[in-house]
Design a protein around this ligand. Structure first.
Ligand code: NAD
Length: 275
């Protein structure tokens, strides 16, 4: 399909809009994934910690599409960091997913107090050399964590998946990523659903005959961000993907840019997250 894809510095590419499946139950995941793929999604974002890799893998197989038409991301959980642990945890993820490779594997959190993310990154590089991970990336890394893995291994992640929504825009992180050819991927792109209540966003949506979710997703797209809205509801899954037929004006983009607030973080701060 002709949906936008963004190029990684390693030669691969990622469909810009994907489906997030945090909190999608394992026993509903296959149906959700089938619906999304029927709708046109070609990119799924899961994690070992979401406890739904089996259902996700099942849904991809049930779609009937060849495996290589789907871009599949999963993530290594914090308790599995370290070189040997990572190799084992990756095998277990592949087994649950029922596939022999992932397109993108992410270190879920840096967990700096463990002091293991560099060893973990070395295991990612080995798995990529073996062809079982197409592209290697990270999540929730601060620039100082990125600098450390790059300095110690010479391998730059293709992407950093971080909390990012119109009221929490992460401009410093995005500037750092851009300078290092790292893509930025927005998690909780809809502010976990709460941003849909914002009056400014609602008024733009009304004027354009679009929904607040579609306006927010467009803001991510036009900022060059990879975006993975979550829903298990077929109508919303379709709505969140019906975002390629309109654009936001410079004025509307500026109004959304004005919503940025440093205190609007919803999730944990990666520097101090205690899980
Ligand atoms: P989100 O911002 O995507 O919001 C999802 C919620 O918004 C839904 O549960 C629903 O309540 C609502 N919603 C979705 N579509 C809607 C629509 N069209 N109209 C009205 N309401 C709608 O939140 P999220 O799930 O936290 O984030 C998306 C994905 O990001 C996750 O599923 C996961 O894949 C990823 N994620 C990653 C991390 C990380 O640490 N790497 C952390 C959180 C989330």
């Amino acid at each position: 399909s002709d949906q936008p894809r963004l190029a990684f510095h390693d030669g691969h590419a990622i469909p810009q809009v994907g489906l997030g499946v945090w909190k999608t139950a394992n026993d509903e995941a296959a149906a959700v994934i089938r619906t999304a793929i029927d709708t046109g999604y070609r990119h799924i974002d899961t994690a070992a910690a979401y406890d739904n890799e089996e259902g996700v893998g099942e849904g991809i197989r049930q779609s009937g599409l060849p495996r290589d038409e789907i871009f599949l991301t999963t993530k290594l959980w914090n308790t599995e960091q370290g070189y040997d642990q990572t190799l084992k945890a990756f095998d277990a993820s592949l087994k649950r997913l029922g596939t022999d490779y992932v397109d993108l594997y992410l270190i879920h959190w840096p967990a700096p107090s463990k002091g293991l993310f560099v060893d973990t990154w070395r295991a990612f590089i080995k798995l990529q050399q073996e062809g079982r991970i197409r592209s290697v990336g990270v999540s929730n890394f601060y620039p100082e964590h990125l600098e450390k893995i790059i300095a110690e291994t010479g391998v730059t992640p293709v992407i950093n998946q971080i909390e990012l929504h119109p009221d929490f825009q992460q401009k410093q992180a995005r500037d750092f990523h851009q300078a290092h050819k790292i893509l930025t991927e927005s998690w909780s792109p809809l502010g976990q659903g709460k941003l849909m209540q914002d009056a400014a966003i609602q008024s733009i949506a009304r004027r354009l005959g679009r929904t607040p979710a579609q306006v927010i997703i467009r803001w991510h797209i036009e900022n060059g961000l990879v975006v993975i809205p979550k829903s298990s509801n077929p109508a919303r899954i379709a709505e969140n993907f019906d975002v390629f037929g309109f654009e936001l004006s410079t004025e509307d983009m500026a109004a959304l840019d004005g919503l940025d607030s440093p205190s609007a973080r919803m999730g944990a701060d990666p520097m101090t997250a205690s899980f």
